[in-house]
Ligand binder design. Structure first.
Ligand SMILES: NC(=O)C1=CN([C@@H]2O[C@H](COP(=O)(O)OP(=O)(O)OC[C@H]3O[C@@H](n4cnc5c(N)ncnc54)[C@H](OP(=O)(O)O)[C@@H]3O)[C@@H](O)[C@H]2O)C=CC1
Ligand SMILES: CC(=O)C(=O)O
Ligand SMILES: [Mg+2]
Length: 765
């Protein structure tokens, strides 16, 4: 049974109520463990930071959190579409904005709910807070007061002041409108607009669409009192609403129904359920309907669709396609503004933001992570603008805003190298980015041929698009060319088969006879008849990929996106062989999270390795870490701490240490020890001061597969980390078996790892 509205409300209350109450907390960023930390963080050390700021106020952004701190400030007079519910009741929304700032752009927020309706007094209170913040995001302050409050603050303050309901909304509406017009094939200078709501959001959206090219005379607006027409008393000089009189028209239209009739575009930023299906029926052909009131749109999108199957529809909600919501804008526009120390967010920055967001939706989406259950959208009526979890938003929008700030002269800390800035943002978003950089550079320098066994898979095709775009390898796809071609079209990718990407036709490749004969030759003494060899080669993409590597037609292979790990590994091992039967194979996986990168071995292959095999996997893993540019610091993990247990697994790790001392005397490795002791030097010092491991271990070796695999998955999930690997170690060729949970990013990363692996083998000869 689907969730009822009451169930959903209850779930929302439970979500907020769950301890700790609310959605956000303040966390210190520096260690405060020792007496010395205390002396540095607080008196007397803190005085040095104060004096430095007295000498140069600009130092505040280097010595305090100010440069990354935004005030989300409301007086609660227009909270969502709920109206004047007051500042206290508005707090959940402000905390929500804080969460989005932090999650999507790494910006810290203090939410301030101020009990003050008088605009001048509100201005005084907020202006006095300037020393606290790097920027101010005004939120849910009703019109017309919001216009005065924002204007006066902008005049007074030297930090960006941005009323999100005005400009954030206008930016995203502008981007969505540009794209919707492309979808319906209409010209911006010709369309007729009907707008419901002439408040904060409404007026800013109008100013924006006019700036983008809508003709003012093609716009009619209505609010609660009806249409904005030239004879309306409140729009006359001295009338309460004179500030919005520029959108009053000489028209006979008096109702929303009147202005919607014949309109090409409806924009609603007013209140729920005020647009009837009968009104929608009277709109022009292929109408664009943006019903953006929250939480209830001006018209239920299902009703609108029923009335007008040809319509392009958007709402402000996340549970329908096309979420036109300022959440797509404010984290990123502030990121760009803060990073250049902008003194304001000006028109140039807003327009740069519109274009960057609009352009993003028109490019194919590469990897939206798991937030949408693996469904990746393509530009069109149901995907006008990027979705909120799109990791590309930060990387595209913030630099566009930063550049516009610098070019328009409001940046106090200009960024010299925007490419490096983009790389930093990218690393923050993808987190794996920073770790992968040396391997990407190396893969690019000498491109290898990488064959993908599951070449028809969407994840593979999307990854291969990035591999081609970034020049990481020459990809080869195993699959049916017609199917691959169709999927490339459907996914909106740009891959050119036969040119940038080779295909090995699994149904009909001229090399088939040679393939099965080679497989038979390898397996003839393991019970495989010629007929069986033919059948296996014909039906197993992984076998074809491995044979291609074995025959030198590819330098490296990736497989495992479909099916079971052990079965794929069996074929890879049969065909490519291992370097040493005795030492065997092992797998290395990594988690990248806030703490950095931590490697785990053996996460996928040996159920109960011997001491020699544990030692071997550490040696191999240490070599891989160096390829990442990371100095290995290995710890042999156990339930035992430096001889505290006599169990067999503890003894195994002690033996492994002895082997390692002989085999790799220069490797920084210690054991056996608890995982927390491996990660915490202070604790280690206390119990074992003569440790040969310093600092935090970054390579953890485990006594068996259960421990390693569980450790890896626990850390990845509990810390919301990004996974890397499994990197297969000990094979005679460059091949890696992934798991079905691999994302596009993971496949891209593993491509670079496999390619570098192949380079090293080629260099060894
Ligand atoms: N999707 C998004 O990203 C965003 C959506 N919004 C939504 O837009 C709406 C307005 O927000 P905001 O501009 O900040 O608020 P304001 O209070 O500043 O403005 C509200 C406007 O809507 C009009 N209005 C209210 N009720 C009705 C009604 N029943 N019929 C016709 N017009 C009505 C008001 O008219 P009057 O002045 O005559 O009362 C006023 O013009 C809210 O629902 C909000 O959730 C806002 C920002 C972003
Ligand atoms: C989204 C938003 O800011 C609003 O509805 O008010
Ligand atoms: Mg709002």
């Amino acid at each position: 049974m689907s969730e009822t509205q009451d169930d959903f409300k209850q779930a929302a209350l439970d979500y907020h109520r769950q301890a700790p109450a609310g959605k956000i907390k303040v966390t210190p960023t520096k260690a405060l463990i020792t007496q010395r930390d205390l002396a540095l963080a607080y008196s007397p050390g803190v005085a040095a930071a104060c004096e430095a700021i007295v000498a140069d106020p600009g130092e505040a952004s280097a010595l305090t959190a100010r440069g990354n701190l935004v005030g989300v400030i409301t007086n609660g007079t227009a909270v969502l579409g709920l109206g004047d519910i007051g500042p206290l009741a508005g707090k959940p929304v402000m905390e929500g904005k804080g969460v989005l700032f932090q999650k999507f752009a790494g910006i810290d927020v203090f939410d301030l709910e101020i009990a003050e309706k008088d605009p001048d007094r509100l201005v005084e209170i907020i202006a006095a807070l300037e020393p606290t913040f790097g920027g101010i995001n005004l939120e849910d302050i009703k019109a017309p007061e919001c216009f005065v409050v924002e204007r006066k603050l902008r005049e007074r303050l030297k930090i960006p002041v941005f009323h999100d309901d005005q400009h954030g909304t206008a930016i995203i509406v502008g981007a969505a409108l540009l794209n919707a017009l492309k979808v319906v094939g209409k010209r911006i200078g010709e369309v007729k607009l009907a707008v419901s709501g002439a408040g904060a959001a409404g007026i800013a959206c109008l100013d924006m669409v006019v700036a983008l090219g809508v003709k003012p005379e093609n716009i009619l607006v209505a609010d609660r009192d009806g249409v904005l027409h030239v004879d309306r008393p409140d729009l006359q000089p001295g009338g309460g609403n004179h500030g919005i009189a520029r959108y009053a028209r000489d028209t006979a239209a008096r109702s929303l129904a009147d202005i919607v009739r014949g309109a090409d575009v409806f924009i609603g930023v007013s209140a729920g359920n005020i647009l009837g299906a009968d009104m929608v029926r009277t709109m022009a052909e292929r109408p664009i309907i943006f019903a953006l009131a929250n939480p209830t749109p001006e018209i239920d999108p299902a009703l609108a669709r029923q009335a007008r199957p040809d319509a392009v529809i958007a709402t402000g909600r996340s549970d329908h396609p096309n979420q036109v919501n300022n959440a797509l804008c404010f984290p990123y526009i502030f990121r760009g503004a803060l990073d250049v120390g902008a003194t304001a967010i000006n028109e140039e920055m807003k327009l740069a933001c519109v274009q960057a967001i609009a352009e993003l939706a028109r490019r194919e989406a590469t990897d939206l992570g798991t937030a949408y259950g693996g469904d990746t959208p393509r530009f069109g009526p149901e995907y006008l603008i990027p979705r909120p979890f799109d990791p590309r938003l930060l990387v595209s929008v913030a630099p566009a805003v930063a550049r516009a700030a610098m070019e328009s002269g409001v940046a106090t800390r200009p960024i010299e190298d925007l490419d490096a800035y983009r790389d930093r943002l990218s690393s923050w978003v993808f987190r794996t980015g920073l770790v992968m950089k040396p391997l990407f550079d190396r893969a690019r320098a000498d491109r290898k041929r990488v064959v993908y066994a599951e070449g028809e898979e969407e994840t593979v095709l999307r990854a291969v698009q990035t591999v081609v775009d970034e020049g990481l390898a020459f990809p080869i796809l195993v699959g049916r060319p017609a199917v691959i071609e169709r999927r490339i079209q459907r996914l909106g990718l740009r891959l050119k088969l036969g040119r940038e990407v080779e295909v090995t036709n699994i149904d009909d490749d001229p090399r088939f006879n040679e393939y099965w004969q080679l497989y038979h030759q390898i397996m003839q003494r393991k019970g495989i008849t010629p007929a069986a060899a033919k059948a296996i080669v014909r039906s197993r993409d992984v076998v074809i990929a491995a044979l291609m590597v074995r025959r030198g037609e590819a330098d490296a292979m990736l497989c495992g996106l479909v099916g079971r790990y052990v079965r794929k590994l069996k074929y890879v091992r049969q065909i490519l062989g291992v370097e040493s039967e005795e030492r065997g194979l092992s797998a290395l996986s990594a988690v990248i999270n806030e703490k950095g990168v931590t490697f785990f071995t053996d996460t996928h292959v040996q159920v109960d390795p011997s001491a020699a095999q544990v030692a071997e996997s550490v040696v191999q893993a240490a070599f891989r870490l160096k390829l990442f540019g990371i100095t290995p610091k290995a710890a042999l993990i156990s339930h035992s701490n430096f001889g505290s247990s006599e169990s067999a697994s503890a003894q195994k790790m002690r033996d492994a240490l002895q082997i390692l001392r002989e085999r790799a005397p220069r490797l920084e490795v210690e054991g056996e020890m608890h995982a927390d002791i491996a990660l915490n030097e202070e604790a280690r010092q206390r119990i074992f001061p003569n440790s040969r491991l310093s600092g935090r271990a970054n390579l953890l070796a485990f006594a068996n597969l259960d421990a390693a695999n569980a450790g890896y998955n626990l850390v990845r999930n509990v810390t919301d980390g990004v996974g890397l690997g499994p990197i297969l170690m000990g094979l005679s060729a460059a091949a890696h078996v992934l798991t079905p949970s691999a994302t596009v990013r993971r496949v891209v990363n593993m491509t670079a790892i496999a390619a570098v692996d192949a380079q090293i083998r080629a260099a060894r000869g």
